[in-house]
Design a protein around this ligand. Structure first.
Ligand code: NA7
Length: 534
């Protein structure tokens, strides 16, 4: 009997069964194509499957952080809270998988290891941990924050207690009661989980390298009146949101801090602090653009931190000194308040870096005896999932090498030298600086329309031109340079990962991006080459 794995053939192989992959499968089936999803996990959900840490929830209101492609779905699904928690989002994704009968198109527990373009047959040969596939197109729906960053702390491998990472949280309930818990990192995942872990743990030690700005979520049960009002004009509501820079229902206010009376500004910021969540950042049009205006908003939050946190030294360590929004803004439930608890201790790693981890302790300014260590250390964002697979395009071009000095993509959808390969919310698209779900839908619709157009126009192979890709990334950076985003170390620009090229990757501005995307289509996919002959 041959041990050679039989190659399974499809029109399209999709990688990842999160919000992007599932919708992509549905759209391709509707087009009459054969498609399969390869999924590493044992179930659907992507980021919402892996990130099960206590307090995990979306920080864009659920009425917005949801699919809009099916009117009955968006009318019939009822969210229980303004910002839904991870279990409810996962339940929603499962509901979508069942409702649209997608499960039989997913290979679970299979990891894509290699994808190589066969120039002779113009097809992709895909090797997974379990099988081989061949397809005309490959679509990476691998998510922007899906590859955990696990720093190389000295002695980590010797730790014998309970070791957890927020981004790969176990499915079984974890108990912290009576335990001495250390958490490393103070990004969004830590900010969401710390208040809940603190309620259970005997002692909680928070190891912070850089403080973050966070706005109170004021989360609560879904306001039924609001829900009704939105559902009565759902498509209009979605369209309106898409007109805002970050694609969310922010306060669509064009006024500028620089041109407004400062007392009025403070009054408005107070209102936004109480109710806007992430929208706080877009509360005035010049917060993302002008350093002085940004400072007014930043100072407002800095003052809030010193008002909330009782101990002035702790408040000082928790207070960021960079532009608000430069690192992704966080939204919390009782984060800063948690530092007033007697069992919560903040350690400033800027002054006292982690020296070593031992079997049941962690050495920084002193030795902390601990039972549990939680890594909330973030992700190899936006590119990690792609460079982690051996992707080989034309003439043996390896994606990992091609992106060594910084990822380049045309529109965040296509990559030069990688024909018939699409990325959903890839680098160079609004992605993480937008509401991810409509951005996913935008890309999936675009990719599906493009394939349909190719079939109708007898085109076999599509790829970005090198020039279009270069020009696009110049534009991405020119826009970023007009904002406050580029002078802060963040995962937006790769600075959270040692050895990663430092390049700003998201496209800032949903409305402009959308217009340009439509223009590319109107000009018969300008910037892409079809059926290239060498
Ligand atoms: P983030 O926002 O990248 O946060 C990771 C945190 O871990 C951040 O505070 C980092 O400090 C810290 N970190 C990373 N490496 C180290 C090392 N080596 N030593 C100490 N501290 C470290 O990831 P999250 O998971 O919290 O959030 C990601 C996004 O998920 C979030 O924005 C939402 O969109 C959902 P640093 O700031 O790099 O100094």
């Amino acid at each position: 009997m041959s041990h050679e794995k039989q190659t399974q053939e499809f029109d399209v192989v999709i990688v990842g069964a999160g919000l992007a992959g599932l919708y992509q499968l549905l759209k391709l089936r509707q087009l009459g194509l054969t498609a399969v999803i390869i999924e590493k996990a044992d179930q659907v959900g992507g980021t919402w499957h892996w990130n099960r840490y206590p307090g995990a929830r979306c920080d864009i209101p659920s009425l917005e952080y949801s699919y809009q492609f099916d009117e009955s779905l968006q009318q019939e699904w009822n969210w229980s809270e303004k910002y839904s928690a991870q279990p409810e989002i996962l339940e929603y994704i499962n509901h979508v998988a069942d409702r649209f009968e997608l499960r039989d198109g997913i290979k679970f527990n299979e990891e894509v290891i290699k994808a190589e373009f066969d120039e002779v047959n113009s097809s992709w040969k895909i090797k997974t941990s379990a099988s081989n596939y061949e397809s005309r197109f490959v679509i990476f729906a691998t998510g922007c924050l899906s590859v955990p960053n696990k720093p190389d702390f000295e002695g980590l491998e010797n730790f014998e207690g309970q070791l957890l990472q927020t981004s790969t949280w176990p499915q079984e309930e974890q108990s912290f009661s009576g335990k001495r818990v250390a958490i490393i990192g103070t990004g969004s995942s830590a900010i969401q989980s710390i208040p809940l872990i603190a309620e259970q743990a005997d002692q909680l030690y928070v190891f912070q390298r850089t403080p973050n700005y966070s706005i109170p979520s004021n989360n609560g049960p879904m306001d039924k009146e609001r829900e009704k009002e939105v559902k009565e004009r759902y498509s209009e509501f979605r369209k309106d949101n898409w007109q805002n820079g970050f694609g969310i229902a922010a306060i669509s206010d064009e006024s500028l801090i620089s041109e407004t009376d400062i007392n009025e500004v403070h009054q408005q910021l107070e209102e936004n602090w109480e109710s806007a969540g992430l929208g706080f950042f877009g509360g005035y049009a010049d917060i993302p653009l002008d350093a002085n205006s940004n400072d007014v908003a930043a100072n407002f939050v800095r003052n809030k931190i010193s008002e909330i946190v009782d101990d002035p030294d702790t408040a000082k360590i928790l207070t960021p000194d960079y532009h608000i929004g430069g690192k992704r803004l966080c939204v919390d439930t009782g984060y800063f308040e948690t530092f007033n608890r007697e069992n919560v201790h903040l350690i400033n790693l800027k002054e006292n870096p982690i020296k070593q981890i031992s079997s049941l302790s962690l050495d920084a300014d002193k030795t902390y005896e601990i039972d549990t260590l939680i890594l909330a250390t973030g992700f190899d964002a936006m590119t990690g999932a792609l460079t982690g697979i051996d992707i080989i395009g034309r003439d043996g071009a390896k994606l990992k090498d091609q992106w060594e000095n910084g990822a380049k993509s045309y529109l965040g959808l296509g990559i030069a030298n990688f024909p018939n390969l699409f990325t959903v919310t890839g680098p160079g698209s609004p992605s993480v600086l937008s509401n991810m779900v409509p951005s996913i839908e935008q890309h999936v619709n675009w990719i599906t329309d493009c394939i349909e157009w190719m079939n109708a126009n007898d085109k076999k192979v599509i790829e970005s031109s090198k020039t279009a890709e270069d020009d696009w990334m110049v534009l991405v950076n020119e826009i970023a340079d007009m904002t406050i985003f580029t002078d802060t170390k963040s995962w937006y620009n790769g600075s959270n990962i040692e050895d990663k090229a430092k390049a700003f990757l998201p496209f800032i501005g949903v409305p402009v991006y959308t217009e340009m995307l439509e223009q590319v289509v109107a000009e018969d996919y300008k910037g892409f080459i079809f059926d290239r002959v060498n």
